[in-house]
Design a protein around this ligand. Structure first.
Ligand SMILES: [Zn+2]
Length: 402
């Protein structure tokens, strides 16, 4: 009644009609992975202003070339100078979710929404806008959703461009692979926050740290999807150390190799090759996430295992968790599913914030994994990770990084 009779009633109605975001359809994992055949509706907020045809906004735009384009390589950088396909158009309601997997414009809307969402997630963990490292030379990131017959994905000075797997098929495009887009966004965001090398990076862990962070950002992005959280937790009855979606993680990324964050590699187990060397640190971050998650489960009476009683997660806590996992039935897990999901979301955010804010303490040219781990602990100490600080330190120490 108040809204009708009060003089400000009209303003209330206008406020309720103000657009709160724009809808897109996104596959959290490539659609050939069982359980992910249908895309999820994702809302992109209005932080970057209106989302117009393209899609395009004030930070990111899609350029979909008519001719087969060669990949960018300096000094060849955006904007793409050639003829472009017609832009993906929003529906009359301003949303893009009428564009589905069968539509020619879907690669554009899908790659845009994946990229935009990862940027929004990282900005929200950082607590402030993330400015592109290529500003002001280029104001916006250009996404090229498909380069035919190019089996790669890459990001660089003002661009993110996506090829396709061979043989060519309806789901072979990297633009449909959230992991691949999120991994490349991870590189762009880290370059923007950490800065560029002044030297060649020799003697530092700059490049392998980049790969570890890009993979972990892809994981943080995946864990924002309901489909992923629900499937992962239900399939493992809440035990993240069991084989799960994360094992398939990054299988189609630019590295073209199956990599898993759920591994027991220590820094002395790997070679100097950047992707190989990235694995212990990335897995250490994954362990930090599991430590926080298990702590929350214990504090909330959802697990009998107190992570603080174990010196390390991999050799000591993991067997106890496996044993607990064998005792639990899927039916008994189901009664606690939503509480477990809330714990996982909180653990994700505790570690996501610490990772994103740790970049404030790092210098690109002298960066080592030990610096990366120390900076993580510093950022966790200053945030809500403080109560887990000893556990996080143990995770990185066990990997041989600290
Ligand atoms: Zn990479």
């Amino acid at each position: 009644m108040d809204a009708i009779t009060h003089p400000q009633g009209a303003g209330d109605i206008a406020a309720s009609e103000r657009p709160l975001g724009t809808r897109f359809l996104v596959f959290p994992q490539p659609p050939f992975i069982p359980g992910y055949e249908k895309p999820e509706v994702v809302w992109i907020g209005s932080s970057a202003g209106p989302i117009l045809a393209g899609p395009s906004d004030s930070r990111i735009y899609v350029a979909n070339p008519v001719e087969p384009k060669s990949p960018y390589a300096a000094p060849y950088i955006p904007p793409y100078p050639g003829l472009l396909q017609p832009p993906a158009e929003p529906g009359p309601d301003g949303h893009f979710d009428h564009i589905g997997p069968g539509s020619p414009a879907f690669l554009s809307t899908h790659s845009y929404a994946c990229a935009r969402r990862v940027l929004d997630i990282c900005e929200s963990y950082a607590g402030r806008p993330i400015r592109w490292f290529f500003e002001p030379t280029l104001e916006r990131l250009e996404i090229v959703p498909r380069i035919p017959h190019w089996q790669n994905a890459q990001s660089g000075f003002g661009f993110l461009e996506l090829g396709e797997n061979e043989p060519e098929g309806p789901t072979s495009c990297f633009a449909l692979n959230f992991d691949a887009v999120a991994h490349e966004m991870g590189h762009l965001i880290l370059l923007s926050e950490l800065g560029l090398l002044e030297g060649d990076g020799f003697g530092s862990d700059f490049f392998s740290y980049h790969e570890a962070i890009a993979d972990f950002i892809s994981l943080l992005g995946l864990l924002q999807f309901d489909t992923a959280l629900d499937r992962l937790l239900r399939r493992t009855s809440g035990n993240l150390l069991l084989h799960n979606e994360l094992d398939r993680f990054a299988e189609l990324s630019d590295e073209k190799q199956l990599r898993s964050l759920n591994n027991s590699l220590r820094i002395n187990d790997v070679s100097q090759e950047v992707h190989d060397r990235s694995k212990p640190f990335a897995a250490g971050l994954f362990d930090c996430l599991v430590e926080v998650y298990q702590s929350l489960l214990f504090e909330r009476g959802l697990s009998d295992i107190d992570p603080r009683k174990f010196r390390d997660l991999r050799q000591q806590m993991a067997p106890a968790l496996m044993e607990e996992g064998l005792r639990a039935s899927p039916a008994s897990y189901e009664r606690t599913h939503f509480a477990a999901k809330a714990a996982l979301q909180e653990a994700r955010d505790v570690i996501g914030e610490a990772v994103t804010r740790s970049w404030n303490y790092l210098e690109p040219d002298s960066l080592t994994f030990e610096d990366g781990a120390s900076a993580l602990l510093e950022a966790a100490w200053r945030g809500r990770g403080r109560v887990y600080i000893d556990q996080l330190e143990d995770c990185m120490r066990w990997r041989g990084i600290l």
